[in-house]
Design a protein around this ligand. Structure first.
Ligand SMILES: [Cu+2]
Length: 324
């Protein structure tokens, strides 16, 4: 019987590195977290068509594989590093260890091998180990994870604000600091997506357009039920709740088009309200804003000018100074 259990231990020890190499394989499959792949601003057509064409594997799910989408924001790069260096290795190691322990117990202590059951019920050393080791693992995960959370929730000063309102089943966007024009963003049909070279079910008729390198504040809310505005490549996901406004942010350094979806079960067509964000040069963005303002009858000067300084109200007579 000793021999049997020793054999099992050997098999498990041989299997453990295999488990790790599977995780390494899965990660090798994933594109490196940083640096963000270079793009093709030059390839982005300046005339027609008036949309940015999608790059396969960027800002959309990979055609095959189980990897996360390559991050295009600094928060995304930090989060991927946490996943690749801590979360995945810990997860694989714990799973393999528990599976091994379970298999060993099942065989070593089966009824045929143990006609007389042991009455052991306590072992102080083991109890201390199985309390302290998980605590240490959680501390190792908590430190970088709290750092990431703190970075996510301390946004730099926003350069531009957009508001995303979830509807059953499409998104509505407005640009409050550009004259507050708004538009609906509805999913394209398969044929329309194919014409643009976009993945099916992810592109929309009116995309959000934003300037490259700008810190963008996104306010999310909803008109009917709870939705969630999520962009995996930005590492952004925020609930859109009727009657309240949530806030998130991102800063994309790479021009291109990125796709996301509603991440909250919101009804029968929950899977058909995608998000498409087009990140363009500052010049192209200015031209797009000007066109949108014209379309909505907004005077560009009024919208672009900083709020006029409020002239101090003339005071007829100085207010009597309080008696000393
Ligand atoms: Cu939704």
């Amino acid at each position: 019987m000793r021999k049997m259990s020793r054999l099992f231990l050997l098999v498990l020890m041989a299997l453990a590195p295999l488990g790790m190499s599977v995780s390494a394989l899965a990660q090798a499959d994933a594109p490196a977290a940083a640096p963000v792949p270079a793009v093709t601003t030059a390839a982005i057509p300046s005339g027609t068509p008036d949309y940015v064409t999608a790059t396969p594997g960027i800002g959309q799910p990979a055609p095959e594989g189980i990897a996360l989408q390559p991050p295009v924001t600094s928060i995304g790069v930090e989060a991927h590093k946490l996943v690749d260096t801590i979360l995945d290795p810990v997860m694989f190691a714990v799973s393999i260890f528990v599976l091994g322990l379970l298999a060993w117990t099942v065989f070593r202590y089966r009824a045929a091998a143990n006609p007389k059951a042991s009455r052991t019920s306590h072992n102080t050393t083991i109890e201390i180990i199985w309390t302290v080791v998980p605590v240490l693992i959680l501390v190792v995960i908590a430190v970088p994870s709290f750092r990431l959370l703190a970075n996510q929730y301390s946004p730099p000063k926003a350069d531009i604000t957009i508001k995303a309102t979830g509807h059953q089943w499409y998104w509505e966007y407005s640009y409050p600091d550009q004259g507050n024009f708004s538009f609906d963003s509805v999913m394209l049909t398969e044929a329309e997506s194919a014409k643009r070279g976009s993945p099916n079910l992810l592109d929309v008729d009116n995309r959000i357009v934003l300037p490259v390198g700008a810190t963008v504040r996104v306010l999310t809310t909803a008109a009917d039920v709870i939705h969630a505005w999520a962009m995996p490549a930005f590492w952004v996901q925020m609930d859109a709740v009727p009657g309240r406004v949530n806030e998130t942010w991102f800063k994309v350094e790479r021009p291109g088009v990125y796709f996301g979806q509603c991440f909250q079960l919101c009804g029968t067509k929950h899977g058909f309200m995608p998000i498409a964000v087009e990140v363009v040069s500052k010049e192209k963005f200015a031209a797009w804003i000007a066109a949108k303002q014209k379309e909505n009858g907004i005077a560009p000067a009024a919208a672009a000018a900083p709020p006029a300084a409020v002239a101090p109200t003339p005071v007829a007579a100085p207010v009597a100074a309080p008696a000393a």
